[in-house]
Design a protein around this ligand. Structure first.
Ligand code: SF4
Length: 311
């Protein structure tokens, strides 16, 4: 399989076949982001021959005679290969619809059991496609996009150079809803900066409440020394939230969300792991965070953050 640099995928895509349709990020400008810094290019579209070679390799695994024999000996169903493909790279959804269509065709050709295709997408990638193109992509299996919207706080979006506004999140999510393409959001606790965590969470809840994400995953901001944000911090242009403020921000976000969605923290950046269904488990989640905040001390939480060398 062809892979460039560190491969990132959401925790819930653990069972999906990872396929490289693109590498890197077309935007590559969010101040806090160092995710694709290990690549020698900003963005690369995989040649179709490369994708086809990877699919052929994946097909071999799913028709592996040893696995077939093992299943037969144990009276298990014949292995059918992956049901879902996750296209890696920061935003393969930016690819032109014709390109995504060809990729879907290759997936269908080599792995006919695949039912859906997911990937990371930027809000702006959705805006590049017409309603008809989005519906066509849905019909080809594109579903379950993961969008790192980060926040609905206008000020933070602008400062961090995310390249879209809060209203764009609502508009493009609505277009995905219309096309029947489901999506999950990633929120970034800490993005609003010191003293603004609660405000950022309230504004984000207002924005997210106008959308229909299947899931809101939350990460916590870690400022790495090779980021643009670190330079802003050193220059005194931005102040980092304390870890306790980030936890309080999460609680405010959960309390403000009134849409049915799954909320979960996950990954190394999070100091704590909470997950549950909203709004049903809102009180339980907020209560768990409240107890954590009451029993935690900033110094030890901060030690975790400072020692986090990589996400
Ligand atoms: S869009 Fe995502 S991957 Fe690209 S720079 Fe921003 S945070 Fe990083």
């Amino acid at each position: 399989m062809h892979f460039y640099g560190t491969i990132w995928r959401p925790p819930y895509e653990a069972d999906s076949l990872l396929l490289q349709a693109a590498a890197g990020c077309t935007h590559h400008a969010c101040k806090f982001c160092t995710l694709y810094e290990d690549l020698p290019f900003r963005f690369r579209m995989s040649p179709l021959e490369e994708i086809e070679a990877d699919l052929r390799e994946a097909q071999l695994w799913s028709t592996d005679p040893v696995a077939m024999l093992a299943a037969r000996l144990q009276s298990l169903p014949r292995p059918r290969g992956p049901r879902r493909v996750f296209l890696v790279g920061a935003n393969p959804f930016v690819l032109r619809p014709e390109r995504l269509e060809k990729i879907a065709g290759l997936i269908r050709q080599y792995l006919p059991a695949v039912e859906s295709i997911g990937c990371f997408a930027r809000v702006t990638d959705v805006g590049l496609k017409s309603g008809g193109e989005l519906r066509r992509l849905r019909a080809l299996g594109y579903d379950g996009l993961t969008i790192g919207v980060e926040t609905g706080d206008e000020e933070a979006l602008a400062f961090m150079n995310k390249g879209y506004r809060a209203r764009d999140i609502v508009e493009q999510a609505g277009r995905l809803d219309e096309a029947g393409i489901s999506y999950s959001f990633f929120y970034l606790a800490g993005i609003s900066g010191a003293g603004r965590g609660g405000e950022g969470a309230r504004r984000s809840a207002e924005v997210f409440n106008r959308t229909h994400p299947k899931r809101i995953g939350s990460s916590m901001l870690t400022v790495f020394p090779d980021s643009e944000l670190y330079r802003e911090l050193q220059a005194g242009n931005w102040k980092e939230e304390s870890e306790l403020e980030k936890l309080g921000e999460l609680k405010t976000l959960i309390q403000g969300l009134n849409i049915p969605t799954r909320f979960e923290t996950g990954g190394a950046s999070n100091l704590v792991h909470v997950r549950g269904e909203l709004p049903r488990e809102r009180e339980a989640l907020a209560g768990a965070l409240e107890r954590l905040i009451a029993g935690a001390d900033e110094e030890s939480l901060r030690a975790y953050r400072v020692n986090l060398k990589h996400l």
